[in-house]
Design a protein around this ligand. Structure first.
Ligand SMILES: [Ca+2]
Length: 313
């Protein structure tokens, strides 16, 4: 089987960084056509810079990084320095990137790339707010049929919210964009908090990263150390949830995950529940299923795979 062609759309973020490292370490399964940065965890200038820092950490300075939208489609940008630190990548001391950002806008890159491929052959992997993807779909609806699958981190049902009582961060930041993507008709796989909160970097798992004895292993251990202080304080959890790497792990080993094909709608009106993913997990409506909503994961299998992949860099 040839490697699956993907575009990573991202707002790094320590967990985005781990997701990107895992993808770049897996060329047999994953062909990264490009990385598109979006504003989210931190402003665009930092997510773009962080994406390049991560490529260089992986020793893959040849990967193309594009800058996309610097704000949500219809709302002011909300960021998450309280979780990720001022740079978005707090934890390890990593050098500024030598790589430059591509001159083409990320949205145009997404459109051009999809148009140049056959129907159903490019997978989009959004790890942040869906602004770039929704903007591309709105500007060029013809590209939607080129999408093989959208595998995204976002939303929640049983875990409800992490930025408001009702909403997960990525969807909350740009609910309008999320609504466009979920209504697009593209095949969607969702990694909600319900599954990402089961993928926790416990002490032994963090030790396993560090024990790789490589620059990458050390950086990932330091990133997840930084990231976990927030979740330990807030949720009393055993460690940092690796939200975005669930997307990469699904590309490599989908059998680690299980979920339900259900209808998911996005709240775009009520300020109280803005950005909520209204997921019909129990099938109580007649609404047409539009997403595979993941609910469970083999966490030990996930960390075994992740650690093995990181050891390759
Ligand atoms: Ca992210």
């Amino acid at each position: 089987m040839s490697a699956r062609k993907i575009i990573i759309d991202t707002d790094p973020g320590q967990d985005d960084a781990v997701a990107i490292l895992m993808a770049l370490a897996s060329p047999e399964e994953i062909d990264v056509l490009g990385i598109t940065a979006v504003a989210g965890n931190v402003p665009l200038s930092l997510t773009s810079k962080n994406a390049r820092i991560v490529c260089e950490l992986a020793g893959k300075a040849n990967v193309k990084v594009y800058e996309g939208c610097d704000r949500p489609m219809g709302r002011a940008l909300v960021t998450a320095e309280h979780v990720h630190g001022e740079t978005g990548l707090n934890g390890p001391a990593l050098p500024d990137p030598v790589m430059t950002v591509e001159t083409q806008h990320a949205v145009d890159f997404i459109i051009e790339t999809l148009r140049s491929h056959d129907t159903g052959t490019v997978t989009l992997c959004p790890l942040g707010p869906l602004t770039n993807i929704a903007t591309a779909f709105t500007k060029a609806p013809d590209i939607i049929e080129k999408v093989q699958e959208i595998i995204l981190m976002g939303g929640a049902y049983f875990e409800v919210g992490n930025i408001t009582p009702a909403a997960e961060f990525n969807i909350y930041v740009d609910p309008q964009a999320a609504d466009i993507v979920f209504k697009s008709g593209a095949s969607i796989v969702v990694m909600p908090l319900d599954v990402t909160h089961k993928v926790l970097v416990t002490k032994p798992r963090n030790d396993a990263f560090r024990a790789l004895g490589t620059k990458v292993g050390k950086a990932v251990a330091e990133m997840t150390d930084f990231f976990e202080r927030f979740d330990k304080e807030k949720y009393g959890s055993e460690g940092a949830p690796l939200h975005d790497p669930c997307v990469t792990a699904y590309l490599i080993a989908p059998d680690l995950f299980s979920g339900r094909h259900i209808n998911v709608e996005i709240e775009t009106q009520s300020e109280l529940t803005m950005g909520m993913t209204v997921a019909d997990w129990w099938g109580v409506t007649e609404r047409t299923p539009n997403a595979l909503f993941i609910g469970d994961v083999d966490a030990d299998g996930f960390f075994k795979l992740l650690t093995e992949r990181l050891s390759r860099l």
